[in-house]
Design a binder for this molecule. Structure first.
Ligand code: ADP
Ligand code: MG
Length: 614
């Protein structure tokens, strides 16, 4: 085999010496003569996937050229044969014997082979390189598209020049991307910010921090100010330390926050001067109280209460219904009707109030609850006075006076009875009866006394039975005189109620008295006490009187409606009020000529609640 490079010197050295070199070349080398392979080195053989030279020698080269490149390949080769200089690199694809494609780059040069004009091709396999390039491009593309689609402004600053910006940042500032690239970050900042930012950057680097938050006022192309917030870090970009930053336009947020703050202030200003105690709360946490509300809670400064739970200031008995109110106002635009509640003031005292709540939208961006408070102290006191005056007329102021007069002689009687019993031990029976009767008189007298005494809402958990019993003992004598039998039936439960004992006594006194008064010819009054599963105790007072005519029963409970010569017409009204104050109900039903039933329902105080109430 002899080869000659046309015009480029001779290749006449010993064949053996070169054969080795040619075969060891990392690139493929072939010689073509009239379009057929006349020589191929090992690198080419392996490139094409054959083992022996013989398998491809004398084969037409087009067998191994990808059809897409065939035409271009032949043109190039034909052209080369006429040229003296080696070609530039030509890219094309080879088809291996196993039909796989190999991407290659070749350089060709015209040579003489066995005296004939031939072409020598150096073929460099670039598949690997291509694959790498492709993946690099893909990554590049991926990152680039990520940057372009980030919904935040992204920039890189090097030596006070913007060297990268994504479209979002450009749009934020109202520039085109290329315009931004010719600017310095200083052009984008409000003047007062420049020094601040520069210091931050410097400090960040000095103390070795390579990440720090950004917060600054920017200037748009049109001169408008925008508020920006974001993060930045020092990176190496194109071999130089640079500042990579991401920012968000928070102008809207800033403005919104300001409007919200303004509207909150406006609310507060309005509420401050409303001549009613008002409180704002968010999910039970107190946000604001006006002056009058502070007085209600018994505090001097609002900081004593702001941030605390409403529930701390409301009686535990009212917690459930307050929760319900809080839930219901969130789904309604209407204020709740005024509801009676007990407030626990800062000094621990209870205060009767009425509350009405409404939802306020968008107070500092939230839906909050506005509560109007009405102090019921005055009203309660006048009610109390009314109750007392009625009470005094019912029992008789005289009786109260008389009771007082009776007490002292009774003490004397009791003492002498004891003395006598010691003196006449042979007759103990009589003395026991006398002592018992004196005890009974003093009990009744004491009851008169307590009823006549003024008192203001003292609520406690009390067993119901002794309350009823004491009323019965007062009325028993009257019953006997009228020939009425007073029957009392308790069920096995012994319920307690959260009540004002004196007021409850007064209710039962009124109702049982009415029953007795309805039966001047005698008969039976039955009092039954039943604990129901609904958590209420039912107290029925049934008489065998004439009943109440239908047209009258509607009006009973209105003040001064009475059919009695010496009646006040206040008993039922006041009793109803008292029962309602105990969160119970009072109902009258009557059948003419059969009798009347008064049914009172009161919530039972659970043992557990009792404890929590202390
Ligand atoms: P007063 O007893 O002073 O008349 P109340 O408010 O207690 O006032 O009762 C109002 C009226 O209701 C009575 O005057 C009476 O006509 C009627 N009433 C109340 N209870 C009964 C009853 N058990 N049977 C018949 N009538 C009754
Ligand atoms: Mg009465």
């Amino acid at each position: 085999m002899r080869m000659e490079i046309v015009g480029a010197g001779q290749w006449r050295e010993s064949e053996e010496r070169y054969q080795h070199l040619v075969h060891m070349l990392p690139d493929g080398l072939i010689v073509l003569s009239e379009g057929h392979i006349v020589f191929a080195n090992f690198a080419f053989l392996s490139m094409i996937g054959v083992n022996k030279q013989e398998e491809i020698i004398a084969q037409p080269i087009h067998k191994f050229v990808h059809s897409d490149y065939l035409e271009q390949f032949s043109t190039n080769i034909r052209y080369l044969i006429r040229e003296a200089n080696p070609s530039n690199f030509i890219y094309f694809k080879l088809i291996r014997l196993d039909q796989e494609t190999v991407e290659v780059e070749l350089r060709a040069v015209a040579v003489k082979f066995d005296g004939k004009p031939a072409v020598q091709l150096i073929i460099h396999d670039i598949s690997n390189q291509k694959r790498m390039e492709a993946s690099l491009n893909e990554k590049d593309y991926l990152y680039k598209s990520l940057m372009e689609s980030v919904v935040a402004g992204v920039f890189v600053v090097q030596n006070y020049n913007i060297v990268y910006t994504n479209p979002y940042l450009a749009e934020m500032f109202g520039y085109k991307e290329e315009e931004l690239l010719s600017l310095s970050p200083i052009d984008l900042m409000a003047e007062e910010e420049i020094i601040k930012i520069r210091n931050e950057v410097m400090n960040g680097r000095v103390i070795g921090r390579d990440q720090f938050p950004l917060k600054f006022k920017g200037v748009k192309k049109n001169g408008c100010i925008i508020y920006l917030e974001g993060n930045s870090s020092i990176i190496m970009f194109n071999g130089l330390p640079s500042l990579l930053g991401t920012v968000q336009d928070v102008t809207f947020k800033q403005e919104k926050e300001k409007t919200l703050r303004d509207s909150a202030k406006l609310y507060q200003k309005m509420i401050k001067f409303v001549p009613e105690p008002i409180m704002l709360s968010d999910q039970g946490i107190i946000l604001y109280v006006n002056k009058l509300a502070m007085q209600v809670f018994g505090i001097a400064e609002d900081i004593q209460i702001i941030g605390r739970s409403v529930f701390e200031f409301i009686h535990p008995n009212d917690h459930d219904s307050l929760m319900e109110t809080m839930e219901s106002i969130m789904s309604s635009d209407e204020p709740t009707p005024f509801q009676e509640r007990v407030i626990i003031r800062s000094d621990g005292q209870y205060l009767d109030v009425e509350l009405s709540c409404i939802r306020i939208n968008n107070y500092l961006g939230k839906d909050v609850m506005l509560t109007v408070i009405r102090d019921l102290t005055d009203r309660k006191q006048s009610e109390e006075l009314l109750i007392r005056s009625e009470k005094l007329s019912a029992i008789g102021q005289l009786a109260a006076g008389v009771a007082h007069e009776i007490r002292n002689p009774l003490t004397a009687l009791k003492g002498f009875t004891q003395l006598l019993s010691a003196k006449y031990p042979e007759q103990p029976h009589y003395f026991t009866i006398m002592a018992n009767e004196i005890d009974r008189i003093s009990l009744i007298v004491n009851e008169f006394m307590t009823l006549a005494k003024p008192h203001f809402s003292k609520f406690h958990n009390e067993p119901l039975e002794p309350i009823l019993q004491s009323v019965i003992s007062i009325l028993e004598t009257q019953a006997i005189l009228l020939n009425v039998e007073l029957k009392v039936c308790y069920d096995h439960t012994r319920p307690s109620v959260y009540c004002n004992v004196d007021q409850l006594k007064q209710v039962f006194l009124n109702i049982i008295k009415n029953a007795l008064e309805a039966m001047p010819q005698g008969g039976e009054v039955v009092l039954t006490v039943t604990t129901m599963e609904d958590g209420y105790v039912h107290i029925r007072i049934k008489d065998g009187g004439p009943g109440i005519p239908e047209e009258l029963i509607k009006r009973i409970g209105e003040p001064f409606v009475t059919t009695k010569e010496k009646g006040t017409g206040l008993g039922i009204m006041i009793s109803t009020r008292i029962i309602e104050a105990h969160k119970g109900t009072l109902q009258l039903s009557s059948v003419i000529n059969e009798g009347t039933v008064v049914e009172i329902k009161l919530p039972i105080q659970e043992q557990q609640q009792e404890e929590s109430l202390g």
